[in-house]
Write a protein that binds this ligand. Structure first.
Ligand code: SF4
Ligand code: SF4
Length: 348
């Protein structure tokens, strides 16, 4: 890894160089909540002044740019009496993510393990993922973030460059030659000892602001032991089975596939749609049997996939601790409380 520092005004120059030939996606202010606080979202940005790099957290992750909620996998047309298949990976060109937090970068790293590096990679995801340039940026811990418990508060890979705000300048970690070459177009310099000290002080001050925690010690084993615990019934009874937690989660990737045929029988398509294991039909199979008809069994399944099954497969959890699911849940169900109740062996 190479380190540089640059004056803050140079970031606008970098943005404009990148925006000249690429689409840029970054955090913008999408509105205000009922308390008058800004609501942030990832959106295409063409004006540097619209970027909000000091954003807290976005309600939705950047997932729709590499795992769209709905996507055509293939289309079919009849030509000369024969069905012709056409596949489009739905990539419109390189995409630059300008300002992803560490948790969202780590979420991508986890998705890569399943969708890029498994026995059956998903070409639709791979095509988009390989066309991405990522600029990470430091975050301001929120009361609901427990990324530190999930070792996702820093990113060691999965980005091209990562900038940390030091007040009057940015400290930049450079991980790829693409980033190195882009940075040649702006004025940067070698960090001095005082920059290193300021960087470490900045990171240390940020780390003291994390408040929410999840005790992950032996969690996979504890989940095995507590599979029949009545805490699942407690949380299931208040869960609305709305699926919002999966929609806002940067690591939920489960999907369903639907096939439709045009009414004139001259065309058809196969469409993939992200699904949620909390929805009632998620585990319903042909013939109408539902493997998880109760709310608590579906809610439990989501927790076991994140904190038990994925750990067994990849030696890490499928949760980055962004806290979005708890923040969006109308029933107030959140990971720290659910895990604490399981560890305590009783409902809260
Ligand atoms: S846990 Fe919350 S967000 Fe998730 S399905 Fe249940 S009610 Fe909806
Ligand atoms: S499960 Fe919740 S806290 Fe964990 S990554 Fe998904 S949205 Fe974030």
């Amino acid at each position: 890894m190479i380190f540089r520092v640059f004056e803050k005004k140079e970031l606008k120059n970098l943005f404009e160089i990148l925006a000249a030939h690429n689409k840029i996606v970054g955090p913008v202010e999408a509105g205000r909540d009922k308390h008058g606080e800004p609501v942030y979202a990832f959106s295409e940005v063409s004006d540097f002044n619209a970027l909000r790099l000091g954003y807290t957290a976005t309600k939705l992750p950047a997932k729709r740019y590499f795992l769209p909620f709905q996507e055509n996998l293939s289309t079919y047309t009849v030509e000369d009496g024969e069905w012709q298949k056409s596949i489009d990976y739905n990539v419109s060109g390189p995409l630059i993510f300008f300002g992803l937090h560490s948790c969202d970068i780590n979420a991508l790293n986890k998705l890569d393990k399943v969708l890029l590096h498994s026995i059956y990679p998903m070409p639709y995801y791979a095509a988009k993922r390989k066309n991405m340039f990522i600029i990470g940026t430091d975050c301001a811990p929120q009361p609901f973030c427990f990324c530190r418990s999930m070792s996702s508060d820093t990113a060691l890979h999965g980005f091209d460059m990562f900038i940390t705000d030091l007040g009057t300048k940015y400290f930049v970690e450079i991980l790829t030659d693409t980033a190195y070459n882009f940075l040649k177009h702006i004025r940067t310099e070698e960090p001095k000892e005082k920059d290193h000290i300021l960087y470490m002080k900045t990171v240390s001050a940020r780390n003291k602001k994390f408040t929410a925690q999840v005790d992950t010690t032996d969690l996979a084993k504890i989940l095995d032991m507590e599979f029949q615990s009545d805490v699942w019934k407690h949380w299931g009874d208040i869960c609305l089975s709305c699926g919002t937690c999966s929609n806002v989660c940067p690591t939920c990737y489960c999907y369903g596939v639907e096939e439709t045929v045009d009414i004139d029988l001259k065309g058809a398509k196969k469409t993939k749609m992200l699904h949620s294991c909390n929805l009632i039909d998620f585990a319903e199979v042909a013939g109408g049997h539902n493997f998880r008809p109760e709310r608590h069994s579906r809610l439990k399944y989501r927790y076991y996939h994140k904190h038990r099954g994925f750990v067994e497969a990849f030696e890490e959890s499928l949760c980055v601790g962004c806290g979005r699911c708890g923040e969006s849940c109308l029933a107030g169900i959140n990971v720290p409380e659910v895990i604490a109740s399981v560890r305590g062996g009783k409902s809260k």
